[in-house]
Design a protein around this ligand. Sequence first.
Ligand SMILES: NC(=O)CCC(=O)C(=O)O
Length: 269
Amino acid sequence: MRASLIQIAVDEGEPVNSRRSRVASLVREVSARDGSDLVVLPELWTTGAFAYESFAEEAEPLEGPTYEAMAKAASDAGVWLHAGSVPERAASDGALYNTSLVFSPEGELAAAYRKIHRFGFDKGEAVLMAAGSQLVTVRTPATTLGLATCYDLRFPELFRGLVDAGAEMFVVPAGWPERRREHWRLLARARAVEDQVYVLACGTGGTHAGVPQAGHSVVVDPWGEVLAEAGDGEEVLTVDLDPAKVAATREQFPALKDRLLGQAPPPRA
Ligand SMILES: NC(=O)CCC(=O)C(=O)O
């Protein structure tokens, strides 16, 4: 299985419509050039994850312009496409969500994941957006993807939930800032090692809303080895993955079997 992560540079000088068509073209070009089975884009690449004032302005219904452009790009390219996330204005409750979209090679929506942990504490995304409440996995012919977004990476219990739901590959779009780049690199490897899965973590480059982005999209294997890592500009990482390595790693080093599943945690001394 071949995966390509497209680390987009999100700079505010580029209008959202131009970036949307540019990214759709990139999905087609990269898939054709590299023979990718799965293409991954970052979090909130239309606005930038820190461009809080643009969220409401650029919000889209689920089946909005980004959905349409990405569904078409996936079917034109014939790839599974994790299209990163969009600021979604929900038809049901009018709330704003940070929603990831995954399309099948036929251009059908395979899954939508609303980010559960919103970043910003008492400002930014944490107050502007509503929280998702459901774990989402996607069964593809090659593997089962577990979905998470950016700040979610700091919450290992979410990923354990995805493992229990059958995930073998975590796909994590992000808009992580340069200032905490080492947290990003560390946490991506930690999630891979503790859950014995592949981690495909795709961030943004560039600077928006005055926040330089970390870049450093990374692919980690179930043993914690970094298979590929980007720099801080716009860049494509293409990597061959062996889904069977997940089961092999879990058999060779069966630490997941030692979890205290269904038991209360040990009492305090
Ligand atoms: N967009 C985000 O979720 C940013 C997360 C972040 O900056 C951090 O966890 O640190």
